[in-house]
Ligand binder design. Structure first.
Ligand code: ADP
Ligand code: MG
Length: 654
């Protein structure tokens, strides 16, 4: 039976500028059980022919039939399966994978055969015993001699019970003793029925073969049966060629490979994991800060009430206008009562005088904001004290030295925010005050701690504290939000009239509408989240590009390995998956570490700063999903590049 049948095989290498014809119409038939030695000068085309025979390279023209299968009709993946099931290779450079153990190297081709059935596999440990290396199975290739490495390579070639073994100068790198051992093993294999095609330029070795072919300049010049050679009549392998299927076992192998390659290049893996981790961590932390700020803002704004107007004096000074330079209005206490009784639709008016004060008590001192407020403050701003009481109208009128403290001030002065300071005496800017209450906590509004203040009666503040009767601003609560615009206009008209200012000078009275402020702040909050999110997204993208870079390095570093894997039967999908899984794995680890790290950062921010942070399940899923997605996207390109390499080109790569 013919295992190999060649008719008119040509090979032309296409170089950049010229075509190099190397094989010129090779006709050759090899029968099962033969041991063929191919000889010839260096450069005569022996390796080129052997690579074509071994399906590692494709001929430029001609007919090739291997074990009854016409090769030209087969796809790359089917050729890979053929190499895996029918052929074994022994190279001059051994081509063992340095990171795998001897045993793993021998078992390598069985990964790609998609079957764990021992009917189709040899036991790798038994094969190693056969080549005399059973005490070395856990070693790595660099720990054994060249002759031993080549014996491992032969064991590897046998793992899938091949029909034919191709050996390209298998003893070219070995000393005489190892050469003898190798040739003896090959001879024994041939006797057991395996067809062997071996390239050599040592005539001594050719004497072991049953047939010697001589090549010169790309043609066969002689073809002789050896006198002492006898073709083995045993039929070693009579399996039907089966196209392998995708198996779960192989996915497990991809993962092991990806993991192995990551642990083999620890520094590089750590750096790329770091890249993804930083991206994911910042995504998590920034989303947490963003949603925390928005939540806080919402709380604050809902406490503010959308039916509040803030009134303060402005000036009508406009650029280029000559008639009203420096027109100004002073808001005074009378305005509070005047507006309250003369404008329809108003629920209440609060007047404010604000300054900063140094609070001293029990040997502690603390700088804070001091607000002088009119009596309606407690009701209009929902600020009835949680401890003690608010000041009375009489205390305001008599300029009583009483103070109500915010929680932050209580903590700063008395050491504990839950301390009850009612009845204590404190000094504010050297003036003695008695504490009569503690304000309810309003929290921080994102930029200012609303509990960091002291409230005193308006008249006390005007006469004892700032020494001026001018109010800083008014808060006006409107009964019905639908009236906001009308009330705003009424307030302006009323204030201009009572202050005897022309009615067209409406800019002299500023009225801020809280509903508008609220809408603006909400929009700001959204923009803030979006900004943070996009910064984080960009850092994730940068991490992804880092991954891609490293994957490209990994591909070019491992080109030879890819070549070998393809030679022993890995198809394009196998290689693609191996690299994609590697990149997705890096991104998953980076993603998980990043989520933990980002949550830590968010937690720290909320502990150390005034910011609230909220980690939503959505942001965790988003960040993790993104990192896996990035691993896929940025892994595919290098992985595809790796998978499309021609086996022999990859093997020749240095
Ligand atoms: P041998 O194995 O007999 O020494 P080869 O088959 O390796 O010879 O090479 C035969 C000829 O083809 C040589 O002239 C060599 O330079 C050329 N050759 C081999 N491989 C390539 C290649 N990949 N690209 C271009 N030329 C090549
Ligand atoms: Mg050669």
């Amino acid at each position: 039976m013919n295992v190999i049948e060649l008719k008119g095989i040509n090979k032309v290498y296409h170089l950049e500028k010229l075509d190099v014809p190397v094989l010129h119409g090779i006709d050759l038939t090899i029968e099962q059980g033969e041991f063929v030695a191919i000889m010839g000068h260096s450069g005569s085309g022996k390796s080129t022919l052997l690579n074509i025979l071994g399906l590692l390279d494709k001929p430029s023209g001609g007919y090739y039939n291997l074990a009854g299968i016409e090769i030209s009709k087969y796809s790359d993946d089917e050729l890979a399966a053929l190499r895996n099931q029918y052929l074994g290779f022994v190279f001059q450079q051994f081509n063992l994978l340095p990171k795998l153990t001897i045993l793993e190297n021998v078992a390598l081709p069985s990964i790609y055969s998609g079957s764990k059935d021992l009917k189709h596999h040899e036991d790798p440990a038994k094969l190693l015993e056969m080549v005399g290396l059973s005490n070395r199975i856990a070693h790595h290739p660099n720990e054994i001699s060249g002759g031993q490495q080549q014996r491992v390579a032969i064991a590897r070639a046998l793992i899938n019970k091949p029909l034919v073994i191709f050996a390209d100068e298998p003893t070219g790198n070995l000393d005489t003793k190892s050469t003898e051992e190798i040739i003896k093993i090959l001879k024994d294999l041939n006797s057991s029925g395996i067809t062997i095609v071996m390239v050599t330029h040592e005539p001594e070795l050719a004497t072991y073969a049953t047939r010697t072919i001589k090549m010169e300049d790309g043609i066969i010049v002689s073809d002789e049966k050896n006198k002492n050679g006898r073709t083995s009549s045993k039929v070693y392998n009579s399996r039907k060629f089966k196209h392998k299927l995708f198996s779960l076992a192989r996915i497990k192998d991809y993962c092991t490979q990806a993991f192995g390659s990551l642990t083999a290049n620890k520094m590089r893996s750590i750096l790329s994991i770091l890249g993804v981790m930083i991206g994911v961590a910042s995504l998590i932390a920034m989303l947490a800060v963003g949603s925390g700020v928005r939540k806080r803002l919402e709380n604050q704004l809902s406490g503010l009430g959308s039916n509040l107007l803030m009134v303060y004096a402005g000036s009508s000074q406009k650029q280029g206008s000559s008639h009203s330079i420096g027109t100004h209005m002073r808001l005074e206490e009378d305005d509070i009562y005047d507006l309250q009784s003369n404008i329809n639709g108003i629920e209440g008016v609060v007047g404010y005088v604000t300054g900063s004060g140094r609070v001293v008590a029990r040997g502690h001192n603390y700088n804070t904001r001091v607000d002088g407020v009119s009596h309606s403050f407690a009701e209009i701003r929902a600020s009835y004290p949680t401890l003690g009481r608010f000041f009375t109208v009489e205390e305001d009128a008599s300029r009583a030295k009483v103070a109500i403290l915010g929680e932050t001030v209580v903590k700063a002065i008395f050491g504990d925010k839950n301390f009850n300071p009612v009845g204590e005496y404190i000094k504010i800017n050297r003036i003695d005050f008695q504490v009569i209450g503690v304000l309810p906590s309003k929290g921080s509004n994102g930029w200012r701690d609303e509990d960091d203040k002291v409230v005193i009666p308006l008249n006390t503040a005007m006469y004892r504290f700032v020494g001026s009767k001018e109010l800083y601003y008014l808060d006006i609560k409107v009964a019905d939000t639908a009236d906001m615009n009308k009330v705003t206009e009424d307030i302006k008209t009323r204030l201009l009239t009572t202050h005897r200012l022309p009615l067209f000078e409406r800019d002299v009275v500023n009225v801020l509408n809280m509903a508008e402020i609220r809408a603006t702040m909400e929009a700001m909050g959204k923009a803030f989240s979006l900004l943070l999110g996009s910064i984080a997204f960009i850092s994730l993208l940068v991490g992804g590009i880092g991954i891609m870079n490293i994957m490209f390095v990994s591909v070019s570093e491992r080109t030879k390995e890819i070549g070998l894997r393809k030679a022993v039967g890995a198809n394009n999908t196998d290689i693609l998956f191996q690299f994609i899984i590697e990149s997705v794995f890096v991104c998953c680890v980076g993603g998980i570490v990043g989520i933990i790290f980002g949550s830590g950062i968010a937690f720290l921010i909320s502990k150390l700063g005034e910011w609230d942070t909220i980690i939503t399940p959505f942001s965790v899923i988003l960040a993790f999903g993104f990192s896996v997605f990035i691993g896929l996207i940025f892994g595919v390109w290098p992985a595809r590049k790796a998978s499309l390499l021609n086996p022999i080109d990859a093997l020749r790569h240095d």
